[in-house]
Design a protein. Structure first.
Length: 278
């Protein structure tokens, strides 16, 4: 299992968890920053590497009326300010090849959204920046299919790769998480992340927006920790009811530390066995 570079950090491959967390989308800059501050404090208490997450644009929305974020230019400016203030790496979604050059000037991790994980031009352009690339496994893909995505990145010379599980579609408006996907994707040789909050999303489940089942985040996160993940991705908010995107499947900041403590304890128990099972 490779350790990968994220900014000035090395993460993955050592049996310890790292955390990528923040609000779904950039909202008010000060509120967004404060969420990052709180997450950094939590991760420092637990001794976990922390990467700040927020999207500058949510291109995949249920309705044209849905809030998408401040956009590329303003969003990257806000992320740059947060990066300087918190002194942590940052991750955000990219959706088009035209966004890659500007995004690479700020982001430490270029994230490929699940629905775009097979978009060869986008994946290769992100990889060519030399930055870490986090690819979310499509809700329509088997875990072993991600080998083809990895190959698209590796052939550019970039091996700073993360693969993220966010559930697979089962019927209408429902996702399920197959715990087998974690050892299968880890067998490809790169760190695997569990998206604990999008995995409880009910896509399009509220008509003009997605719904979610926040009450199951902790259950799935603990199970994933025992299945051998390297990192956890969480969208968090001080008051999800006020969030402008994905509120029903975001975790309350007040609940984050308890979930992470449990995950660390479970991962410590499981780390010796999961590293040798595949």
């Amino acid at each position: 299992m490779k350790q990968i570079h994220v900014g000035n950090m090395l993460v993955g491959g050592n049996g310890n968890l790292f955390v990528m967390a923040g609000p779904c989308v950039i909202e008010d800059p000060e509120r967004t920053l404060n969420i990052g501050r709180k997450m950094k404090e939590i991760c420092e208490r637990l001794g976990l590497p922390y990467i700040f997450k927020a999207s500058f644009d949510k291109a995949n929305r249920s309705s044209y009326t849905s809030y998408r974020g401040p956009g590329l230019k303003e969003g990257l400016r806000i992320l740059s300010d947060i990066k300087k203030e918190l002194q942590v790496p940052v991750i955000s979604d990219i959706h088009e090849v035209s966004q890659v050059e500007a995004a690479a000037e700020v982001l430490d991790v270029m994230q490929i959204p699940a629905f775009l994980c097979r978009q060869t031009d986008l994946v290769e352009a992100a990889a060519a920046t030399g930055k870490c690339v986090n690819v979310k496994k499509g809700q329509f893909m088997a875990p072993d299919d991600m080998k083809n995505v990895v190959d698209k990145i590796v052939h550019t010379g970039n091996e700073n790769i993360m693969l993220t599980e966010r559930g697979v579609s089962l019927g209408y408006h429902n996702l399920v998480v197959d715990m087998r996907s974690f050892p299968i994707m880890r067998s490809l040789g790169y760190p695997v992340v569990f998206d604990a909050t999008h995995s409880v999303q009910l896509p399009g489940g509220a008509g003009t927006k997605s719904s979610g089942q926040r009450q199951f985040i902790g259950n799935l996160a603990r199970a994933a920790a025992g299945s051998g993940i390297d990192g956890v991705f969480m969208e968090v908010h001080d008051n999800p009811a006020e969030a402008l995107s994905d509120g029903p499947n975001m975790l309350y900041l007040s609940q984050v530390e308890g979930v992470l403590r449990d995950m660390v304890a479970i991962r410590d128990i499981a780390k010796n066995s999961v590293s040798t099972e595949m």
